[in-house]
Design a protein around this ligand. Structure first.
Ligand code: ATP
Length: 452
């Protein structure tokens, strides 16, 4: 169904929801529904997760972009439809500051670079406003306009299949009268679906606790989200998951979830709220804090900066690995940086780690008797050792230095699915072959029960 087009229009938007309601992906489906007659979708709507460490995010710091083919005379109409829907449907909350931008045809390199920075650093609203004024054909904001940051970043992050890894998520939405009530999704069917479609779907279930992860807990309109490798497998999954409440609509998004994209562009510079990737050396035995968090002191290998490294309680068994670390061990640390005012220190909050060096550790033991081979005992301070069996005494014999067998293996460790951030690449995705194209399926978006 190719429509005649004169231009390509890239639309990005963000910051339309809060914990009390709404969801940027749901607003995306409303816009798709309204503009679909006028435009040709040249890509799936993209759900781009940006720096997960920004403190003002609602949940997973997600923003949306569309790449559309359309007639020039429709551009203004499409932009004003999108801005009107955002105006009407965004969550009216002082911390919700929507931003919407549009770029015609070619995406400038400045916007591409902005997207890379948005994955790993903190960007100011003023910087986003300057980019919007200079490079965007249209922009629209409500409140302080912070949403412009994610909106511009989503446009520039086009998940080029030749260069970037990507995955898909099928999000289904609830009928408005069900929002706020318990989600009626059969756990048994989710387990079956996961078993049947693995490894082409991921993070549906937490492997450690058995918990179902596809249903969010909040008051937002999402019924469930299934993550996977292809649109086809997600449509199969949609048929396999049983629900006992109406599904208003669903939409498949192309996304950087589960790809480690934020780590691919990050470095070992220590900056508050940024994404960190770098080798560190343990300098003290990890401590367990009240509540089960595990923390240790380390120094960065590149520039000997002293930092704290933390694995939080929700990371469950991952902490057991961290607790086995000893001074001299080295890990590649992947995580977010936070400055702790009270300790005047930076902490790396681990999202995953690779144990790259296990140091030799020794313990001291009493020596064996040179006459009868029995273990000796101390003969008193500075008096050497004596043997209880044969009575041999030796002033010069010293303690034995015995290597400790380390119950730790080199390799990659990732917290269980329920503690993983959206961007983190789960083990299940490691051995899949790389995708190099985007295959459009017919039913990538559907309204099932009419609600407007
Ligand atoms: P949800 O996942 O439910 O869609 P969210 O977690 O995306 O919600 P938002 O309400 O969109 O949270 O808030 C995130 C805010 O952070 C947005 O205003 C977005 O523009 C902004 N933002 C995104 N990336 C960065 C960044 N790198 N630096 C500064 N601000 C950012």
């Amino acid at each position: 169904m190719t429509k005649k087009r004169d231009s390509i229009l890239h639309i990005g938007f963000d910051d339309t929801d809060s914990l009390s309601g709404s969801c940027t992906t749901h607003i995306a489906t409303k816009i798709i529904h309204r503009i679909s007659e006028e435009v040709e979708f040249l890509d799936y709507p993209r759900l781009i997760r940006n720096n997960p460490n920004v403190p003002w995010k609602t949940r997973g710091n997600g923003a949306i972009a569309f790449t559309l083919g359309l007639k020039n005379e429709n551009i203004e109409n499409v932009f004003s439809t999108a801005s009107q829907i955002i105006e009407d449907l965004h969550q009216k909350d002082p911390n919700t500051n929507p931003g919407l931008v549009a770029v015609k045809n070619h995406i400038p390199n400045e916007i591409k670079q902005f997207s890379i920075n948005a994955l790993k650093d903190v960007i100011s609203i003023n910087k986003a406003k300057a980019i919007a004024r200079k490079f965007c054909s249209y922009h629209f904001t409500i409140g302080n306009g912070r949403g412009l940051i994610g909106a511009i970043a989503a446009i520039g992050n086009n998940l080029n299949p030749e260069k970037e890894d990507f995955s898909y998520e099928l999000l289904s939405y609830r009928s408005p009268e069900y929002i706020g009530k318990k989600r009626q999704v059969s756990s048994e069917s989710v387990r079956k679906m996961d078993k049947q479609l693995s490894p082409h779907v991921f993070n549906n279930i937490d492997e450690e606790s058995g918990k179902i992860l596809i249903t969010p807990a909040g008051k937002d309109p999402v019924l469930y989200g299934i993550r996977g490798e292809t649109p086809e497998v997600l449509l199969e999954a949609f048929d396999l998951v049983h629900v006992s409440e109406p599904v208003e609509s669903f939409c498949i998004f192309r996304t950087n979830q589960g790809t480690d994209q934020h780590f691919n562009y990050s470095d070992s510079m220590i900056r508050n709220f940024s994404v960190y990737k770098g080798e560190i050396e343990v300098i003290e035995k990890p401590r367990i804090l009240l509540g089960g968090h595990t923390i240790f002191n380390a120094s960065t290998v590149k520039d000997n900066k002293i930092i704290d490294v933390a694995a939080f309680e929700p990371s469950k068994k991952f902490r057991e690995v961290v607790r086995k670390l000893l001074p001299g061990d080295r890990i590649m640390a992947y995580g977010g940086i936070k400055y702790k005012q009270e300790y005047q220190k930076f902490t790396i909050q681990l999202e995953k780690c690779e144990v790259v060096h296990i140091s030799e550790q020794f313990k001291e033991e009493s020596p064996f008797c040179p006459n009868c081979s029995k273990r000796m005992i101390s003969a008193g301070k500075n008096k050497g050792y004596k043997c209880r069996k044969c009575g041999h005494k030796d002033r010069n014999i010293t303690k034995l230095r015995v290597p400790i067998i380390r119950n730790l293996t080199r390799g990659l460790y990732i917290p269980p699915a329920q503690a993983q951030r959206h961007l983190v690449k789960p083990f299940r995705r490691y051995n899949l072959s790389k995708k190099d194209n985007v295959n459009f399926v017919e039913n990538w978006y559907k309204i099932l029960s009419k609600t407007q």
